[in-house]
Design a protein around this ligand. Structure first.
Ligand SMILES: [Zn+2]
Length: 60
């Protein structure tokens, strides 16, 4: 059984920014269901992105 890495995958940031291609997105989402480290990272990056979007006055 492979041990999960201690660090989130570098895709976390790209995923939150929505810049992964569809294949990478599907792959990373599958990974998120089994890796809480990346899930945490996506969560906290998502918070930061929301805050930045608000500060910059961007609306989706
Ligand atoms: Zn992971």
């Amino acid at each position: 059984m492979a041990m999960p890495p201690d660090e989130p995958r570098p895709e976390s940031g790209a995923y939150v920014l929505g810049i992964l291609d569809p294949n990478e997105t599907a792959d990373f989402e599958a990974h998120l269901t089994v890796c809480w480290i990346c899930l945490e990272e996506v969560h906290s990056l998502g918070e930061v992105k929301r805050l930045l979007d608000r500060l910059l006055g961007r609306r989706p």
